[in-house]
Design a protein around this ligand. Structure first.
Ligand code: BES
Ligand code: MN
Length: 462
């Protein structure tokens, strides 16, 4: 193992240069103008996998391509097989004016690499590839077979990968899926995430007059859709931070005392969180700590709100329409389809007759919860400890990785969430970065992981 670790150490500068190349692709899955960049990024990634010594394919889909790369297989080896999942697509970089350096021109500063997609998720998936490279180039045999599945639609709901899993069920069957696409509280706090929140997305639009009107001539005699939207949305949460939609909380399993005690140990405390977020105060559902609120409680969020004149100066109009992009984060036992129904039913019920409500459904994903005590989970914790040199913590996280439920349902495989992102990485925000020490330690963790995981598998004979 020491030769692998030494190789990783000796090659960091090149790895960082390669990560920079990867980050230069503006692989924004949500924006159709970036379709060619998505394809180019997938090609680059597949080529990179081949250089490392993997066999790699760019698999076309109805949406963005999926890169599948495999370690050379010995015939009928009966060795354990693990999947490494990641994504090369990134969130839109907007608002561009808030970036200190351009989002797709990586810059290294104070031990961090700044670029859209650096922490989420290119830096994290490249760390796993580098560990495999180190094993190959030092002639260190891997104790298991690996398949890398790096998709291009994670940030838009993973629809194509869902189909791909169904049509490639057999070849993707594996003992577990390893994913570094979550976080850790700090460099001294490596972590394994055992729960993620789910998601339900929709967009609503309130239609008023058929065109924007002079607010002096007509205002007062016709409903203002922007005002109606504010009043509609304003009713959906009360002053205690509780969502008021009937049925929203039905069936949620309360946190156990043990879980609450565990989450209280999470090292990022309220004062530090407030500072990190730059908000005047923290706010959330009464009766829960901030850690619980952002990882184990459901939310109703407005992601974007649009209506009327947005340009320079003023414009006296009654806008013709107003719209909102909405997502709810969900916790275990909340079914996305059911939540969509209770939200839509309620909106229809309370929408005033002076505007017409249009609802467009978005993607949905269930929450994820896995035992942190399984043999695979324990093996992963040992690998974290070896790489970071301190005891890893267990945590729930509030983000979503929609496909993890499909790994379980379609492949029967649990996901091990071994995130390398830091709380101040600015994922989905301007000035996203990835800490280069997280990159390096992540590579070591991955190198240790295959031994720990494979060492304790009972190999199935073919
Ligand atoms: N890497 C995140 C998910 C994440 C981040 C989980 C931090 C836990 C902690 C992922 O790329 C992501 O952002 N997913 C989206 C999914 C959605 C767009 C379908 C999310 O959570 O908003
Ligand atoms: Mn991600």
């Amino acid at each position: 193992m020491q030769v692998v670790i030494d190789y990783l150490k000796a090659n960091q500068d090149r790895f960082i240069a390669e990560l920079s190349e990867y980050l230069r692709f503006p692989s924004v899955s949500a924006q159709s103008q970036h379709k060619p960049d998505m394809a180019a990024c997938a090609e680059w990634l597949a080529n990179h996998c081949r250089q490392i010594g993997l066999s790699a394919e760019v698999c076309p889909t109805d949406g963005h391509p999926i890169v599948v790369a495999k370690t050379p297989r010995a015939p009928k080896s009966g060795r354990p097989h693990f999947m490494v999942y990641g994504h090369y697509d990134v969130q839109p970089p907007e608002p561009l004016a808030l970036w200190k350096t351009p989002p797709f021109e990586p810059v290294i500063k104070d031990g961090n690499i700044y670029a859209r997609g650096s922490t989420d998720n290119k830096g994290q998936n490249l760390a796993h590839l580098k560990a495999v490279e180190a094993c190959f180039k030092t002639g260190t045999p891997l104790p298991c077979d690996l398949t890398f599945v790096i998709e291009g639609e994670e940030e838009v709901g993973s629809a194509s990968l869902d189909k791909f899993l169904k049509s490639h069920r057999k070849e993707l069957q594996c003992q577990a899926v390893v994913i570094s696409d979550t976080g850790m509280p700090g460099l001294k706090f490596p972590a394994m995430t055992y729960a993620l929140r789910g998601l339900m997305a929709l967009e609503i639009k309130l239609h008023g007059p058929s065109h924007d009107l002079h607010s002096g001539i007509f205002g007062g005699a016709v409903e203002n859709p922007a005002m109606a939207l504010c009043q509609l949305l304003g009713q959906l949460r009360n002053k205690n931070g509780r969502v008021t939609i009937p049925g929203f909380y039905d069936g949620i399993v309360p946190l156990t005392k043990l879980e609450r005690r565990q989450s209280a140990l999470y090292p990022l405390k309220d004062a530090a969180l407030k500072k990190l977020l730059g908000a005047p105060a923290l706010f959330g559902e009464r009766g829960f700590t901030a850690t619980e609120q952002r990882s184990a409680r459901p939310t109703f969020e407005i992601n974007g709100l649009t209506s009327g004149y947005q340009g320079e100066g003023g414009k006296t109009i009654v806008p013709s329409w107003a719209s909102a992009k909405i997502t709810c984060r969900l916790v275990p036992n909340q079914d996305p389809a059911h939540i969509r129904k209770v939200v839509c039913d309620h909106l229809k019920k309370i929408c005033p007759p002076a505007v017409r409500l249009e609802i467009e459904a978005g993607h949905g994903a269930e929450a994820y919860l896995v035992s942190p005590e399984s043999p695979n989970a324990r093996a992963a914790l040992r690998a974290l400890k070896s790489a970071f040199g301190c005891e890893p913590i267990l945590m729930r996280e509030g983000g979503s990785i929609p496909i993890v439920n499909q790994f379980k349902k379609i492949l029967g495989a649990e996901s091990l969430l071994l995130g390398l992102g830091l709380p101040d990485d600015n994922a989905h925000s301007p000035n996203e970065k990835f800490n280069l020490e997280c990159f390096a330690k992540g590579q070591c963790m991955s190198a240790h992981l295959w031994r720990e995981l494979a060492g304790r598998q009972t190999t199935k004979q073919p």
